[in-house]
Design a protein around this ligand. Structure first.
Ligand code: NAD
Ligand code: RM4
Length: 264
């Protein structure tokens, strides 16, 4: 039996302000809604679809939560400063920052256009850096710690034929959390990564429209199914919570149904 919204609103992230990038849909939206159900006040950044972002905000307000959405391309450093500032303006502080925005335009190595490589790195890695830095500056200024979580990937650890531009960005984001954990430990700020496996969202809709590939991917998962965006909410809430994860920093948490360890 699920928790009722009124009950869950008193829970793990009560009085916390959580900002998450790329949250108009997919994993980011599930994190935003899941955190709000645990009492967090939520700010969401998104890249394009304003109607989708407003729907996420409306869902949160619908169960009594507080939320705002702000459009902005994370590859622009000014967008990072503006997003963190918007969180402070709306809710007075930032306690938890989740870097989630990302793209994966599947493409072969040999014919990879330079624009696709550059864009993927700019959004996934440079964007993560700008956002994490802006969030960290705010948290240090506040002086009461914080939690930074990056959505990396199983692809930080293993490769993909059509992901030669993407997997290095996910390894980079994982590494960014490790170094950030060291840099910010003295400020009581924790930094961790979640590593989703294959989660059914728009990012891989076309790729997994290939039935043979989808069946192969499903067979690799010991738990017997590909992931849903909501599968990431719990792990992120855990890492966000000082009560549950107060001594966890520099860690990486696979959320992949067991796919990574499944050799044979
Ligand atoms: P999605 O396509 O459903 O959502 C992507 C979100 O990022 C959207 O809200 C979009 O607006 C936003 N976005 C894209 N480019 C942006 C930009 N330049 N500026 C701001 N926002 C931007 O994809 P998803 O599967 O939910 O992916 C979210 C994250 O999870 C990505 O970082 C992805 O690498 C990671 N991930 C996904 C999977 C998976 O299997 N779906 C697995 C591992 C990691
Ligand atoms: C993930 C992983 C998934 C893929 C998405 C786009 O990191 O590689 O299998 O579908 O990226």
């Amino acid at each position: 039996m699920g928790l009722r919204a009124e009950e869950s609103i008193k829970m793990l992230l009560k009085d916390k302000v959580l900002l998450v990038t790329g949250a108009s849909k997919g994993i980011g939206a599930a994190i935003a809604v899941g955190a709000a159900r645990q009492g967090a006040k939520v700010g969401i950044n998104y890249g394009g679809d304003s109607a989708a972002a407003e729907k996420v905000v409306a869902e949160i307000k619908g169960f009594g939560g507080e939320a705002f959405a702000q459009k902005g391309d994370v590859s622009d450093p000014a967008v990072a400063q503006a997003f963190i500032a918007a969180g402070v303006e709306a809710f007075g502080k930032v306690d938890v920052f989740v870097n989630n925005a990302g793209i994966c335009p599947f493409h072969s190595l040999l014919e990879m256009p330079v624009e696709v490589v550059d864009r993927t790195i700019k959004v996934n890695l440079n964007g993560a850096y700008y956002m994490v830095q802006a969030a960290a500056q705010q948290m240090v200024k506040q002086g009461h710690g914080g939690s930074i979580i990056a959505v990396s990937s199983i692809s930080a650890l293993v490769g993909g034929e059509y992901q030669t531009h993407y997997t290095p960005t996910k390894a980079g984001v994982l590494s960014l959390m490790q170094s950030t954990a060291i840099a910010l430990g003295k400020h009581g700020i924790r930094a961790n990564a979640v590593l989703p496996g294959t989660i059914l969202t728009d990012i891989n809709k076309d790729d997994l429209a290939d039935v043979e590939k989808r069946t192969y991917m499903e067979k690799r998962v010991p738990l017997g199914r590909l992931g849903a965006p909501e599968d990431l909410a719990g792990p992120v809430i855990f890492l966000a919570s000082d009560e549950l994860a107060g001594y966890v920093t520099g860690a990486s948490l696979l959320v992949d149904g067991g796919m990574f360890v499944n050799l044979q």
